[in-house]
Write a protein that binds this ligand. Structure first.
Ligand SMILES: [Zn+2]
Length: 397
């Protein structure tokens, strides 16, 4: 099986490279993915997928087979924006191919996986028709850069698709990634009492109330302990605002915004508790709240989610990780595992729903969101071989 799959993928090499080029050429900023989603759905139909459509949020969804084990391949096809200050060696939307590499926005994060999934699906359909012991869903998810997790949360919650296993196409440099730190965003607000600046002793300054809390948050960050394999959690004050009736008055409101990264064993309750303890220590009445992420998809669908993205990690011995390591060895000659330092759609599948999730794709994580995005086309070919074989290795488990 391995030989026939891999040589069928080899035979599609030029089509695969043309497809990744086309995907890079279609600009698809978060919330503005209509063109690329319609292109992907049309292609999946041409490739013989059993079903291809876009859902009520605007995700592209394709299906192959209808066997009992449900596997979801997800690649988010939105990208972050190109800013004026970035310095690109090749124009970001030309999809330049040179010396065996493709360059451009999304060439790492994470259009290659989408191209690989689609071509793997085409190969599977050509070779095996309708005879699959699994159902394979291929998702081109939207809005991930702004709302990690939400597109898959939507599919599982609202579109009637409940996968048993998930494979993410975020860059892993052909390693099997098996977890990530979680993250959450919080606010702490302090209220004071305004007074004229000339009679400041009559007021209560909200900024002064916040100062010792900020100092202790800085200390807390240094105290957080690392846990393998995800490393250390962190807490950062990312923004501060204050209000006063005028520039000549005592400030009566101060609010800080916090970015908290969570390692194994850290969760929402624990994070809120450690902040409450700081507030209590200073006998403050400051209030903690968890932020919301809100927006509208290209289909006009409104969404909102709490900015809490749970940590998740699987052991190397987990059957899903093990199947991926075996597949990697066959498809690339190597098998290494790792974890992401950034956040992925796994915060929904693994973090919220507890569905075993891993990642495998070409491209280096540290190039994501930079003007240096590039991958080796040969790595994309290897990943596509992986995608074609992986469902069979998995159902053996
Ligand atoms: Zn990504």
């Amino acid at each position: 099986m391995k030989e026939e799959l891999f040589s069928a993928v080899e035979a599609e090499k030029e089509n695969l490279f043309a497809l990744i080029q086309k995907l890079v050429q279609i600009k698809s900023y978060s919330g503005d993915e209509k063109e690329i989603v319609e292109f992907i759905v049309e292609k999946m139909k041409q490739f013989g997928f059993d079903e291809a459509y876009h859902d009520s949020l605007g995700n592209a969804i394709g299906r192959i087979g209808s066997g009992p084990i449900k596997i979801m391949y997800d690649a988010h096809i939105d990208t972050v924006k190109v800013t004026e200050t970035e310095n690109w060696a090749h124009p970001p939307f030309d999809g330049v191919i040179e010396n065996g590499k493709i360059y451009g926005r999304g060439s790492v994060d994470e259009k290659p996986a989408m191209a690989g999934f689609m071509v793997a699906g085409k190969v599977l359909k050509n070779l095996y028709g309708n005879d699959f012991p699994f159902t394979l869903y291929v998702i081109g998810s939207v809005l991930e850069e702004d709302a990690d997790g939400y597109p898959l949360y939507h599919i599982i919650q609202n579109e009637g698709i409940k996968p048993d296993y998930v494979l993410l196409g975020e860059p892993t440099d052909l390693k099997v990634y098996r977890g990530q730190r979680g993250r959450m965003e919080l606010k702490i607000s302090a209220a004071g009492k305004s007074a004229h600046g000339a009679h400041n002793q009559k007021g209560i300054n909200a900024i002064y109330k916040m100062m010792p809390i900020i100092t202790d948050i800085e200390k807390l960050d240094k105290k957080l302990k690392p846990k393998e394999p995800l490393g250390k959690g962190s807490i950062t004050v990312s923004n501060i605002i204050s209000k006063a009736p005028s520039m000549c008055s005592v400030s009566d409101f101060c609010q800080i915004h916090l970015d908290r990264r969570m390692t194994t064993g850290e969760n929402k309750n624990g994070v809120v508790k450690e902040l409450k303890e700081i507030i209590k220590k200073h006998k403050s009445d400051a209030k903690i709240s968890i932020s919301d992420v809100e927006g509208v998809s290209w289909k006009g669908t409104q969404f909102s989610q709490e900015a809490y993205f749970p940590t998740w990690v699987y052991d190397e011995k987990h059957p899903l990780v093990d199947a991926a390591m075996k597949t990697s060895k066959l498809a690339t000659g190597k098998a290494k595992s790792g974890v992401w330092s950034f956040s992925t759609n796994g915060v929904a599948t693994a973090g919220r729903f507890g569905i075993p999730t891993i990642g495998f794709a070409p491209g280096k994580e540290e190039l994501a969101h930079s003007s240096k995005e590039e991958i080796l086309l040969d790595d994309l070919l290897k990943a596509t071989k992986f995608y074609s074989l992986f469902p069979f290795e998995l159902i053996e488990k």
